[in-house]
Structure formats: structure tokens, C-alpha cells
Design a protein. Structure first.
Ligand code: CTP
Ligand code: MG
Length: 244
């Protein structure tokens, strides 16, 4: 690691998992650890992360606290109530950061539903953020993209050149992101914001793109669980073959 800056990590975990179709998707088992345990573990022992703020419904605080006891030291883990939309959850988390000691200079915001982020993706996003105040891990879009017409048939093919999938952790200078959020909030311009980089974009601030990974998948539907389990199983067998 080439920097020693202090990061806080906000983990929005207050969603309802409506596309998942039943049960708490964050508590699904992936090879011995749940989605939530793995997402928190990505940051629990990094020397550059001083605080982890989990944003969720207050009635889950105690259950999640005990669920994460074996993953992260309790004095590093903070709980903040979620909001109706993802941006509200993130804003609640951001506003809480000023009460931490010491207040963090930088923040990484990582979906609780992304349990398998390769550490190199986090390393690069943090490094770019320290240099340039923001970083957005992105994956060049590999698919041929179609727009569907009203008749259920293809209406158009979208040129994929220059298109990227945004991933997390999205990382920022804390003071700048909070100022950008508060400005848009006061102007009622957050309603359709679905990721944090949009706050920088709408303020006219550059968002440097860092490397993303197809392994950095988000658990959205039940099919994603099968894929995530296969990735975990293959990395476990690779680890043990290295050990042999
Ligand atoms: N999230 C949040 N607060 C919200 C909505 C979402 O903290 N009001 C979090 C989710 O818990 C998740 C992350 O944002 O970790 C990404 O959201 P998504 O994958 O869309 O999860 P859900 O919103 O829970 O799922 P769905 O959209 O299918 O309801
Ligand atoms: Mg959602």
C-alpha cells in the first residue's frame, strides 16, 4: 500500500432486496460466510480503514452487530439508520462521519450486496482518491446492448464504445462529497440519483475511473447467488492448490 491516509467506509445495507424475491439477501450464505460478512470483511483489517459505518434499519442494528462480531472489531463498527432511497442512506452515513475521531479525510462507499470485490480494486480506488479526490471502479461494457421497443422487439442497438458499468467502492474526499450532497439536497436534485459519483458529476467535478472487475458482482437476483458461490468455491480450491 502506498498511502497511509485515513478512510472511512460507508456500507449501505438498508435496501429491501425487492428484486431478490424473498429473504434478506445480505444474510445468504456464500461458502461459510454471508454476503454481509464478506462485504464488511473486505475492509475490516485494512490499515488504511479506521471506521466502518453500516447503514440499515434500526431494528436490525443488534442482529447485524452480533452477526459481524467475528468479522470486525466492535469499536471500528458504527450503525446509522437507513433511508427510503439509497442516496438517503448514504447521506445519513456521510453526515455521521464528522462525529468520528479522528474525522476521516476520505470515504469509500461500498454496496453491502458486493461481497467479492478483489482487494486490488479497492487498493487502486483508494490510491486514485488520495491523489485526485475521487475514484469510480468501472468495468468496460462487454455486451452488445439493445434497446427494446414497445412491441417487445429490438428497437435499436446501442454503441457500447465508451460505456462502462459503475461498481463500488466509489471513493471520495469526504468534505467535498458532503458539500456536493448538501447542495443538491437543498435544491431537491437527488431524487433520481442512483450512485454516489452522480453527486460529483452534477456538481461539475471530475470522477476519475479506476479498474473494476467482473468478480465484483452485486447480488441482485437469486441467480447471482449461484454465480457468487461458484466464484467462492473456485477461489477456495485455488487457495488450497497454492498451499499444497
Ligand atoms: N440500499 C440502502 N438503502 C436503500 C436502498 C438500497 O442502503 N434505501 C443499499 C442496499 O442494501 C444494497 C445497495 O444499497 O447494499 C445496493 O442496492 P441494491 O442492490 O439495489 O439493493 P436493494 O435496494 O436492497 O434491492 P432492490 O433494488 O432489488 O430492492
Ligand atoms: Mg435498490
Amino acid at each position: 500500500m502506498t498511502h497511509t491516509a485515513s478512510f472511512a467506509v460507508i456500507i449501505p445495507a438498508a435496501g429491501s432486496g425487492s428484486r431478490f424475491g424473498g429473504g434478506d439477501k445480505l444474510l445468504v450464505d456464500l461458502g461459510g460466510l454471508t454476503v454481509l460478512q464478506r462485504s464488511v470483511a473486505l475492509f475490516a483489517h485494512r490499515p488504511d480503514v479506521r471506521h466502518i459505518t453500516l447503514v440499515t434499519a434500526p431494528d436490525r442494528f443488534e442482529a447485524y452487530r452480533s452477526h459481524l462480531r467475528s468479522i470486525v472489531s466492535p469499536d471500528k463498527l458504527h450503525f446509522v439508520p437507513g433511508g427510503r432511497e439509497r442516496w438517503e442512506s448514504v447521506l445519513n452515513g456521510l453526515r455521521s462521519l464528522s462525529s468520528l475521531t479522528p474525522p476521516p479525510l476520505f470515504v469509500g462507499i461500498h454496496d453491502a450486496a458486493r461481497p467479492l470485490t478483489p482487494p486490488a480494486i479497492i487498493d487502486e480506488a483508494f490510491r486514485v482518491t488520495v491523489e485526485r479526490d475521487a475514484a469510480l471502479p468501472c468495468l468496460a461494457e462487454p455486451a452488445t446492448l439493445k434497446r427494446m421497443g414497445e412491441n417487445g422487439c429490438v428497437a435499436a442497438t446501442i454503441d457500447r464504445r465508451g460505456l462502462y458499468q459503475a461498481q463500488t467502492p466509489q471513493c471520495f474526499n469526504v468534505a467535498k462529497l458532503l458539500a456536493g450532497f448538501e447542495k443538491l439536497h437543498a435544491a431537491n436534485q437527488l431524487a433520481d440519483v442512483t450512485d454516489d459519483a452522480q453527486v460529483f458529476e452534477r456538481n461539475g467535478w471530475p470522477v476519475p475511473i479506476s479498474t473494476g472487475s467482473p468478480l465484483n458482482l452485486k447480488i441482485t437476483t437469486a441467480a447471482d447467488v449461484e454465480l457468487a458461490r461458484a466464484i467462492v468455491a473456485s477461489s477456495t480450491s485455488t487457495d488450497s492448490s497454492h498451499a499444497r
